[in-house]
Design a protein around this ligand. Structure first.
Ligand code: 5GP
Length: 347
């Protein structure tokens, strides 16, 4: 047994310190970032804030809005090939989407999501990225699967996860991933930490994992736990090359989920609701690590996206980062025990 006594922090434990800067306005901030990815060698210039591959978030409707802001959407893996074909003529720009696949093909070559992935990538060559998504990316078979996907799709950006510690980030990148998703347990509809007792506070996980990825020329995505635009700025300041959002983009008109009495349901992808929707796991394992919430409909996501980008721009101005890329260089965090005045909470 070992205990790491070093304090590990969450977004709510820190604030960015304002600094003197030469930036006069939010308009001066360059929000897109140019990436060259380690293994695929692919180059991409985009705003490094993306939609998660969750039901209600990673939808074609979401992608059609986010593309206007040069933001990527990881398309949920449950769309059929026919659904993909039906997007023809709807204005979807494939350049701003990632396809997504689980690891079912490790056990079953005919796994539907894997078969769909192959068809989709062949039919829409502009798709730059493939996301391999599992709740726990620590097992050896996952690393082998990343290697396999790398050899089958040598020129695609491979995003793989989720993990929360540096050694595995290095291992995944060395074995073919370009980008590793970091986040075990911070998500808005995730119950991993209470169900299993496993997790690493997200802010510290990002610092450690970004450092590991930088060492081997890879990138990381801070996935989960952002509740407001300030958290996204903190993630970028901590060294995340990109940030993935679920809950912040949920319950909008673009969710493609039914609206009932002005409410939208939102659930974790390992929740009971997800199992009911998509079927139980093939390995017979039935533990849920996600929950379901009923949210007020939040209207068009465009307004939320503009709020988010406005907040991040403003953070960049406060810390003197002319480019979003400069956030970690400019970020000076203070450890705090309170980030908000709560006098009017509940009013
Ligand atoms: P959020 O932005 O909502 O805080 O976090 C989104 C992330 O939570 C997703 O991108 C995914 O990594 C994670 N997630 C989604 N569904 C579940 C779930 O059912 N269980 C767990 N443990 N994590 C989930």
């Amino acid at each position: 047994m070992r205990i790491d006594y070093n304090l590990h922090l969450d977004y709510s434990d820190v604030l960015l310190k304002p600094k003197r800067s030469t930036l006069n306005s939010r308009r001066d901030v360059e929000m897109t970032r140019d990436f060259t990815f380690r293994n695929s060698k692919k180059q991409l210039s985009y705003t490094p804030i993306m939609a998660s591959n969750m039901d209600g978030v990673g939808t074609f409707s979401m992608a059609r809005v986010l593309q206007d802001y040069k933001m990527l959407t990881v398309i949920r893996k449950h769309y059929s090939f026919n659904d993909w074909k039906a997007t023809a003529g709807t204005g979807l720009k494939f350049k701003y989407v990632s396809a997504c696949v689980g690891t079912g093909a490790i056990w079953d070559e005919e796994a539907l999501d894997y078969q769909t992935l192959k068809q989709v990538i062949a039919a829409f060559p502009d798709i730059p990225a493939i996301t391999i998504d599992v709740a726990n990316a620590y097992h050896e078979q996952f690393v082998d699967f990343v290697k396999r996907i790398r050899s089958e799709f040598p020129d695609k950006i491979i995003i793989a996860g989720n993990v929360a510690s540096p050694e595995i980030v290095e291992e995944l990148i060395i074995n073919g991933a370009d980008v590793v998703k970091v986040g075990i347990g911070p998500g808005s509809v995730c119950t991993t930490r209470t169900q299993t007792g496993v997790g690493v506070p997200q802010f510290s996980a990002i610092i450690e994992c970004a450092d590991a990825a930088n060492g081997v020329g890879g990138h990381i995505i801070a996935d989960g736990g952002c509740t407001q635009s300030g958290d996204i700025a903190k993630a970028l300041g901590a060294g995340a090359h990109m940030v993935m959002l679920g809950g912040m983009l949920a319950a909008h008109d673009e969710s493609e989920l039914e609206l009932k009495d002005g409410k939208r349901v939102f659930y974790g992808m390992s929740s009971e609701s997800a199992f009911v929707q998509h079927g139980a796991r093939k390995d017979g394992y039935r533990g849920t690590e996600g929950k379901t919430v009923l949210l007020d409909n939040r209207g068009p996501v465009r307004d939320t996206v503009e709020q988010i980008l406005g907040g991040v721009r403003s953070s960049c101005v406060y810390v003197g980062a002319r480019r979003i890329k400069d956030m970690p260089k400019c970020a000076h965090f203070v450890r705090v025990n309170n980030i908000q005045n709560r006098i009017f909470d509940g009013k």
